[in-house]
Write a protein that binds this ligand. Structure first.
Ligand SMILES: C[S@@+](CC[C@H](N)C(=O)[O-])C[C@H]1O[C@@H](n2cnc3c(N)ncnc32)[C@H](O)[C@@H]1O
Length: 246
């Protein structure tokens, strides 16, 4: 029976790769690496670099092309069909290496947070044994970079997406809101008074950018910094924390 190791690798800084992750990668005999081919290939390169760094005798690395989502389908169905297609690519890649027993996937950040690797793994037939190795999340990288606590004393935290914030506004009753997967600075739908923001892009990477302050002042700076960085790199990954005072 195959064991599928889903290994959190942190958010782009090779130092985020924990000892547990290093041992799991070094113990694998096959590593599957997604290749997006959309300007994010440096993430595939980074995964390959991490494997090379932590293994004396590198395991077999099998790249697989990521399928594209069908824009004609409604959102949820589009994602479901996309996950089916990715699971099929994994199965094909694994089948090309019938001797492999420990198969690894290097998961950005941690597999529990806005990542569908576990949902895709659940589609595999036959089901492999699953092992998850925890990784540093982008949320942890953000709070560490700004040296702030995630929550206030006894306070709850809502973790959501840019799409949710844009469509539904400030989550009811929330004090602290962490926003991920936001391609459009969705904080601009909020009435900024009394809200502070801590923003980070490319966290843990060489080109990390940070901005923070009252939303009314920092918001426009973030919109400009984001546009510049996106223009310079061709893509961007960013995350932010919003906190309402009073
Ligand atoms: C598909 S989710 C994956 C999250 C990942 N599993 C984690 O634990 O952080 C991708 C989102 O995570 C955030 N993210 C991931 N890496 C980041 C980084 N290095 N800097 C800033 N945000 C990042 C962004 O909000 C991005 O849109």
């Amino acid at each position: 029976m195959i064991t599928l190791h889903l290994i959190g690798i942190g958010t782009g800084n090779p130092d985020h790769v924990t000892m547990e992750a290093r041992h799991a990668i070094a113990g694998a005999d096959l590593v599957l690496v997604p290749e997006k081919g959309d300007g994010k290939s440096d993430l595939a390169d980074l995964r390959r670099q991490i494997v090379a760094q932590v293994c004396d005798a590198p395991p077999v690395i099998e790249g697989f092309g990521m399928p594209v989502r069908d824009p004609a389908l409604p959102y949820l169905e589009r994602v479901e069909r996309w996950h089916d297609a990715i699971a099929a690519r994994w199965s094909e890649a694994i089948a090309r290496h019938p001797q492999a027993r420990d198969v690894a996937l290097l998961v950005w950040g941690d597999p529990s947070l806005y990542d569908s690797t576990l949902r895709i793994a659940a589609r595999l037939d036959p089901q492999p044994r699953l092992r998850v190795v925890a990784g540093i999340t982008s949320l942890q990288a953000l709070t560490a970079a700004h040296a702030i606590p995630l929550n206030t004393v006894n306070g709850p935290v809502v973790i959501t997406t840019g799409r949710q914030l844009r469509d539904h506004g400030w989550p009811e009753g929330a004090e602290t809101v962490a926003v991920m997967l936001d391609g459009a600075c969705s904080f601009d739908v909020l009435e900024p008074d009394g809200i502070a923001i801590w923003w980070g892009a490319f966290l843990g990477m060489e080109n990390q950018i940070l901005e923070a302050g009252p939303l009314a002042e920092a918001g426009p700076r973030i919109v400009a910094a984001r546009a510049r960085a996106r223009e310079a790199h061709g893509w961007i990954m960013d995350i932010y924390l919003l906190r309402r005072s009073g």
